[in-house]
Design a protein around this ligand. Structure first.
Ligand code: HEC
Ligand code: HEC
Ligand code: HEC
Ligand code: HEC
Length: 119
């Protein structure tokens, strides 16, 4: 096999592997996010639309051995926010994350009932 073809095949294989990994670990396209008490209407979160316009690390991260925030690394395991954070309050870390970006980008809902849409 010529060197050129070999290189092409290797990069094709790598490309396919990366593609499969990304598809396998992207999570749900949409999620209904709700707090532990169920006191507010669930938030219809379009995960896919957010993924297309933002970086995984804008929302996901891990935890270091000494309990600090560990910045997102490509392909890392992703756990639910509630694994590490206490949710259920309007000033909890998920509200900080969502509203923080919406405020910064001057786009996306910031008022309670724009996210907690009554059905
Ligand atoms: C950007 C979207 C967004 C906005 C704006 C928002 N929330 Fe939330 N809220 C969420 C998400 C996501 C959850 C589910 C996770 C959690 O418990 O924090 C939630 C959960 C909650 C819960 C917990 C409900 C339960 O059953 O445990 C309360 C209470 C709450 N929000 C109050 C508020 C109030 C009050 C406001 C306005 C000051 C507000 N939220 C604005 C996204 C939003
Ligand atoms: C704008 C914020 C945001 C961005 C950007 C984002 N995600 Fe998420 N992702 C979330 C939220 C919120 C959840 C729901 C977490 C929960 O239920 O606690 C989630 C859930 C997931 C889950 C499922 C976790 C579980 O155990 O249920 C995976 C996997 C995931 N995301 C991967 C990714 C990858 C890979 C990227 C980048 C390509 C990405 N996400 C980009 C916010 C985001
Ligand atoms: C593996 C554990 C872990 C998971 C899962 C996790 N976090 Fe965190 N997060 C941390 C740690 C540790 C910190 C730093 C200490 C702290 O603020 O609680 C942090 C800090 C934050 C902060 C900064 C708080 C501040 O005031 O500066 C926000 C916002 C946040 N996380 C949002 C999220 C969201 C949203 C999710 C789910 C998409 C999530 N985290 C999932 C561990 C985690
Ligand atoms: C890193 C930035 C960023 C973060 C973090 C973020 N958003 Fe957004 N969101 C946006 C932007 C920008 C828009 C405006 C529409 C667009 O450009 O796609 C938006 C739009 C929305 C909309 C209205 C349009 C739609 O997709 O339904 C909802 C609802 C929403 N966000 C919910 C959330 C929730 C809930 C969270 C937290 C779990 C969150 N967002 C976190 C950037 C962000």
């Amino acid at each position: 096999m010529s060197k050129k073809i070999k290189t092409a095949l290797v990069s094709l294989a790598c490309g396919l592997m990366t593609a499969t990994l990304v598809i396998a670990s992207n999570g749900p396209a949409t999620v209904d996010l709700k707090g532990p008490a169920g006191s507010k209407p669930p938030v219809a979160f379009n995960h896919k639309a957010h993924q297309d316009k933002n970086k995984c690390g804008d929302c996901h991260h891990g935890k270091t051995a000494d309990g600090k925030q560990d910045p997102y690394k490509d392909g890392q395991a992703i756990a639910k926010c509630s694994t590490c954070h206490e949710l259920g309050k309007p000033n909890d870390n998920i509200h900080k994350n969502c509203k923080g970006c919406h405020t910064e980008k001057k786009a996306g809902p910031q008022k309670c009932d724009e996210c907690h849409v009554k059905k």
